[in-house]
Design a protein around this ligand. Sequence first.
Ligand code: ATP
Ligand code: MG
Length: 227
Amino acid sequence: MANNTVISAGNLSKIYKRGSEEVRAVDGVSFEAAAGELVSIIGPSGSGKTTLLNMIGCLDNPTSGSLSVGGRQVFGGHKELSEKELTAVRREMFGYVFQKFYLIPTLTVEENILLPGAFYKAPGAKAARDVMGLLGIEKRSGHLPGELSGGEMQRVAIARALINGPKVVLADEPTGSLDSRRTEEIKGILRDLTRQGITVVMVTHNLDLARSADRILEIRDGKIHTP
Ligand SMILES: Nc1ncnc2c1ncn2[C@@H]1O[C@H](COP(=O)(O)OP(=O)(O)OP(=O)(O)O)[C@@H](O)[C@H]1O
Ligand SMILES: [Mg+2]
Protein backbone atom coordinates (compact mmCIF):
# COMPACT_ATOMS: atom_id res chain seq x y z
CA MET A 1 0.00 0.00 0.00
CA ALA A 2 1.53 3.33 -1.08
CA ASN A 3 1.86 5.82 1.76
CA ASN A 4 -0.55 8.29 0.18
CA THR A 5 -3.29 5.65 -0.06
CA VAL A 6 -6.46 6.92 1.57
CA ILE A 7 -8.90 4.17 0.67
CA SER A 8 -7.93 0.55 0.43
CA ALA A 9 -10.66 -2.00 -0.23
CA GLY A 10 -9.87 -5.72 -0.42
CA ASN A 11 -12.33 -8.23 -1.82
CA LEU A 12 -15.36 -6.28 -0.60
CA SER A 13 -18.64 -8.11 -0.97
CA LYS A 14 -22.21 -7.40 -0.03
CA ILE A 15 -24.75 -10.16 -0.30
CA TYR A 16 -28.42 -9.50 0.29
CA LYS A 17 -30.81 -12.33 1.03
CA ARG A 18 -34.23 -12.14 -0.55
CA GLY A 19 -36.03 -15.18 0.80
CA SER A 20 -33.95 -18.13 -0.37
CA GLU A 21 -32.35 -16.07 -3.12
CA GLU A 22 -28.97 -14.37 -2.70
CA VAL A 23 -28.25 -11.07 -4.39
CA ARG A 24 -24.51 -10.45 -4.79
CA ALA A 25 -24.79 -6.68 -4.96
CA VAL A 26 -21.00 -6.25 -4.68
CA ASP A 27 -18.87 -9.28 -5.40
CA GLY A 28 -15.20 -9.19 -4.46
CA VAL A 29 -14.19 -5.63 -5.32
CA SER A 30 -10.63 -4.51 -4.55
CA PHE A 31 -9.29 -1.06 -5.20
CA GLU A 32 -7.20 1.74 -3.77
CA ALA A 33 -7.51 5.47 -4.04
CA ALA A 34 -4.75 7.94 -3.28
CA ALA A 35 -4.89 11.39 -1.73
CA GLY A 36 -6.06 13.91 -4.32
CA GLU A 37 -7.22 11.26 -6.74
CA LEU A 38 -10.50 11.57 -8.65
CA VAL A 39 -12.06 8.16 -9.29
CA SER A 40 -15.31 7.58 -11.11
CA ILE A 41 -17.50 4.52 -10.83
CA ILE A 42 -19.69 3.65 -13.79
CA GLY A 43 -21.89 0.70 -14.65
CA PRO A 44 -25.48 -0.25 -15.45
CA SER A 45 -28.35 0.33 -13.07
CA GLY A 46 -28.35 -2.31 -10.32
CA SER A 47 -24.67 -3.20 -10.84
CA GLY A 48 -23.75 -2.32 -7.24
CA LYS A 49 -22.34 1.21 -7.51
CA THR A 50 -24.29 2.76 -4.63
CA THR A 51 -23.76 -0.31 -2.45
CA LEU A 52 -20.00 -0.07 -3.06
CA LEU A 53 -19.93 3.67 -2.38
CA ASN A 54 -21.88 3.20 0.86
CA MET A 55 -19.46 0.53 2.08
CA ILE A 56 -16.45 2.71 1.23
CA GLY A 57 -18.11 5.51 3.20
CA CYS A 58 -18.72 3.22 6.18
CA LEU A 59 -22.47 3.76 5.84
CA ASP A 60 -23.06 0.07 5.17
CA ASN A 61 -21.22 -3.06 6.41
CA PRO A 62 -19.73 -5.46 3.91
CA THR A 63 -20.72 -9.14 4.16
CA SER A 64 -17.01 -9.91 3.74
CA GLY A 65 -13.79 -8.22 2.76
CA SER A 66 -11.66 -5.48 4.23
CA LEU A 67 -11.59 -1.71 4.17
CA SER A 68 -8.98 0.72 5.41
CA VAL A 69 -9.57 4.44 5.47
CA GLY A 70 -6.68 6.79 6.11
CA GLY A 71 -4.54 3.84 7.21
CA ARG A 72 -7.11 2.66 9.74
CA GLN A 73 -8.70 -0.74 9.33
CA VAL A 74 -12.45 -0.23 9.44
CA PHE A 75 -13.79 -3.58 8.23
CA GLY A 76 -12.17 -7.01 8.14
CA GLY A 77 -9.67 -6.37 10.92
CA HIS A 78 -9.10 -8.43 14.02
CA LYS A 79 -11.44 -6.31 16.02
CA GLU A 80 -14.70 -4.79 14.84
CA LEU A 81 -15.04 -1.04 15.31
CA SER A 82 -17.74 0.10 17.68
CA GLU A 83 -20.60 2.24 16.38
CA LYS A 84 -18.97 5.21 18.12
CA GLU A 85 -15.65 4.61 16.37
CA LEU A 86 -17.42 4.24 13.03
CA THR A 87 -19.21 7.53 13.60
CA ALA A 88 -15.85 9.18 14.24
CA VAL A 89 -14.41 7.76 11.00
CA ARG A 90 -17.43 9.02 9.03
CA ARG A 91 -17.22 12.48 10.54
CA GLU A 92 -13.46 12.91 10.33
CA MET A 93 -12.82 11.33 6.95
CA PHE A 94 -15.86 11.69 4.71
CA GLY A 95 -18.12 14.20 3.07
CA TYR A 96 -21.19 12.71 1.40
CA VAL A 97 -23.05 14.08 -1.59
CA PHE A 98 -26.23 12.13 -2.14
CA GLN A 99 -28.08 12.00 -5.42
CA LYS A 100 -31.23 13.52 -4.03
CA PHE A 101 -29.41 16.30 -2.16
CA TYR A 102 -31.36 15.67 1.08
CA LEU A 103 -31.55 19.35 1.89
CA ILE A 104 -33.92 20.13 4.77
CA PRO A 105 -36.64 22.31 3.23
CA THR A 106 -37.33 24.38 6.34
CA LEU A 107 -33.67 25.29 6.95
CA THR A 108 -31.82 28.00 5.09
CA VAL A 109 -28.84 27.30 2.88
CA GLU A 110 -26.46 28.28 5.69
CA GLU A 111 -28.29 26.10 8.23
CA ASN A 112 -28.28 23.12 5.87
CA ILE A 113 -24.53 23.50 5.36
CA LEU A 114 -23.88 23.68 9.10
CA LEU A 115 -26.03 20.62 9.84
CA PRO A 116 -23.29 17.90 9.74
CA GLY A 117 -21.43 19.78 12.45
CA ALA A 118 -24.47 20.21 14.65
CA PHE A 119 -24.04 16.80 16.25
CA TYR A 120 -20.62 17.33 17.85
CA LYS A 121 -18.66 20.61 17.61
CA ALA A 122 -20.30 23.33 15.65
CA PRO A 123 -18.25 24.75 12.77
CA GLY A 124 -19.34 28.37 12.88
CA ALA A 125 -20.67 30.92 10.46
CA LYS A 126 -17.15 31.61 9.19
CA ALA A 127 -16.66 27.98 8.12
CA ALA A 128 -20.04 28.14 6.36
CA ARG A 129 -19.02 31.39 4.62
CA ASP A 130 -15.77 29.78 3.46
CA VAL A 131 -17.44 26.79 1.83
CA MET A 132 -20.22 28.93 0.38
CA GLY A 133 -17.54 31.18 -1.11
CA LEU A 134 -15.75 28.18 -2.56
CA LEU A 135 -18.95 27.09 -4.28
CA GLY A 136 -20.17 30.54 -5.25
CA ILE A 137 -23.40 30.42 -3.26
CA GLU A 138 -22.72 33.14 -0.61
CA LYS A 139 -25.64 35.20 -1.91
CA ARG A 140 -27.99 32.27 -1.29
CA SER A 141 -27.00 31.92 2.37
CA GLY A 142 -30.39 32.93 3.80
CA HIS A 143 -32.55 31.29 1.14
CA LEU A 144 -34.59 28.13 1.55
CA PRO A 145 -33.82 25.14 -0.70
CA GLY A 146 -37.18 25.60 -2.45
CA GLU A 147 -35.96 28.96 -3.71
CA LEU A 148 -32.87 27.52 -5.41
CA SER A 149 -32.17 26.13 -8.85
CA GLY A 150 -31.10 22.49 -9.24
CA GLY A 151 -27.48 23.52 -9.77
CA GLU A 152 -27.53 25.70 -6.66
CA MET A 153 -29.02 22.88 -4.57
CA GLN A 154 -26.30 20.57 -5.81
CA ARG A 155 -23.67 23.12 -4.78
CA VAL A 156 -25.26 23.45 -1.33
CA ALA A 157 -25.09 19.65 -1.01
CA ILE A 158 -21.38 19.77 -1.91
CA ALA A 159 -20.76 22.67 0.50
CA ARG A 160 -22.39 20.63 3.26
CA ALA A 161 -20.14 17.68 2.40
CA LEU A 162 -17.11 19.97 2.86
CA ILE A 163 -18.04 21.63 6.15
CA ASN A 164 -16.16 19.10 8.31
CA GLY A 165 -12.98 19.27 6.20
CA PRO A 166 -13.17 15.72 4.82
CA LYS A 167 -10.24 13.80 3.35
CA VAL A 168 -12.60 11.97 0.99
CA VAL A 169 -15.72 13.20 -0.78
CA LEU A 170 -18.12 10.49 -1.96
CA ALA A 171 -20.67 11.62 -4.50
CA ASP A 172 -23.52 9.50 -5.87
CA GLU A 173 -24.65 10.98 -9.20
CA PRO A 174 -23.54 14.51 -8.31
CA THR A 175 -24.92 15.87 -11.57
CA GLY A 176 -27.87 13.51 -11.91
CA SER A 177 -30.50 16.11 -12.62
CA LEU A 178 -28.37 18.91 -14.05
CA ASP A 179 -27.99 20.28 -17.57
CA SER A 180 -24.64 20.20 -19.35
CA ARG A 181 -23.56 23.68 -18.25
CA ARG A 182 -24.22 22.93 -14.57
CA THR A 183 -22.55 19.56 -14.98
CA GLU A 184 -19.41 21.34 -16.27
CA GLU A 185 -19.46 23.56 -13.17
CA ILE A 186 -19.68 20.60 -10.81
CA LYS A 187 -16.95 18.83 -12.77
CA GLY A 188 -14.67 21.84 -12.18
CA ILE A 189 -15.58 22.00 -8.48
CA LEU A 190 -14.79 18.31 -7.94
CA ARG A 191 -11.48 18.70 -9.75
CA ASP A 192 -10.63 21.73 -7.56
CA LEU A 193 -11.18 19.60 -4.44
CA THR A 194 -8.56 17.11 -5.61
CA ARG A 195 -6.07 19.97 -6.00
CA GLN A 196 -6.44 20.50 -2.26
CA GLY A 197 -5.53 16.84 -1.73
CA ILE A 198 -9.10 15.64 -1.22
CA THR A 199 -9.88 12.25 -2.74
CA VAL A 200 -13.13 12.22 -4.71
CA VAL A 201 -15.00 9.04 -5.57
CA MET A 202 -18.08 9.64 -7.68
CA VAL A 203 -20.73 7.44 -9.20
CA THR A 204 -22.06 8.78 -12.46
CA HIS A 205 -23.98 7.78 -15.56
CA ASN A 206 -22.48 10.77 -17.36
CA LEU A 207 -19.62 9.42 -19.47
CA ASP A 208 -18.13 12.83 -20.09
CA LEU A 209 -17.96 13.48 -16.34
CA ALA A 210 -16.63 9.96 -15.74
CA ARG A 211 -13.85 10.51 -18.26
CA SER A 212 -12.72 13.67 -16.46
CA ALA A 213 -11.58 11.43 -13.58
CA ASP A 214 -8.03 10.14 -13.13
CA ARG A 215 -9.38 6.62 -13.19
CA ILE A 216 -12.63 4.89 -14.12
CA LEU A 217 -13.90 1.79 -12.34
CA GLU A 218 -16.50 -0.03 -14.35
CA ILE A 219 -18.79 -2.27 -12.32
CA ARG A 220 -20.88 -5.05 -13.81
CA ASP A 221 -22.91 -7.47 -11.70
CA GLY A 222 -21.03 -6.36 -8.62
CA LYS A 223 -17.58 -6.98 -10.07
CA ILE A 224 -14.92 -4.69 -11.49
CA HIS A 225 -14.95 -5.13 -15.22
CA THR A 226 -11.58 -4.86 -16.93
CA PRO A 227 -11.97 -4.48 -20.66
N1 ATP B 1 -31.32 -3.17 0.89
C1 ATP B 1 -31.31 -4.03 -0.16
N2 ATP B 1 -31.89 -5.25 -0.05
C2 ATP B 1 -31.85 -6.13 -1.08
N3 ATP B 1 -31.26 -5.88 -2.26
C3 ATP B 1 -30.69 -4.68 -2.42
C4 ATP B 1 -30.67 -3.69 -1.39
N4 ATP B 1 -30.00 -2.59 -1.84
C5 ATP B 1 -29.63 -2.89 -3.10
N5 ATP B 1 -30.03 -4.13 -3.45
C6 ATP B 1 -29.77 -4.81 -4.73
O1 ATP B 1 -28.37 -4.80 -4.96
C7 ATP B 1 -28.07 -4.56 -6.32
C8 ATP B 1 -27.17 -3.34 -6.44
O2 ATP B 1 -27.88 -2.15 -6.07
P1 ATP B 1 -27.25 -0.71 -6.13
O3 ATP B 1 -28.22 0.23 -5.55
O4 ATP B 1 -25.90 -0.75 -5.51
O5 ATP B 1 -27.09 -0.49 -7.71
P2 ATP B 1 -26.60 0.79 -8.52
O6 ATP B 1 -25.49 0.35 -9.40
O7 ATP B 1 -26.32 1.92 -7.58
O8 ATP B 1 -27.87 1.13 -9.42
P3 ATP B 1 -28.43 2.57 -9.95
O9 ATP B 1 -27.51 2.96 -11.09
O10 ATP B 1 -29.80 2.23 -10.44
O11 ATP B 1 -28.41 3.55 -8.82
C9 ATP B 1 -29.40 -4.43 -7.02
O12 ATP B 1 -29.74 -5.68 -7.55
C10 ATP B 1 -30.36 -4.06 -5.91
O13 ATP B 1 -31.66 -4.49 -6.19
MG1 MG C 1 -27.21 3.80 -7.27
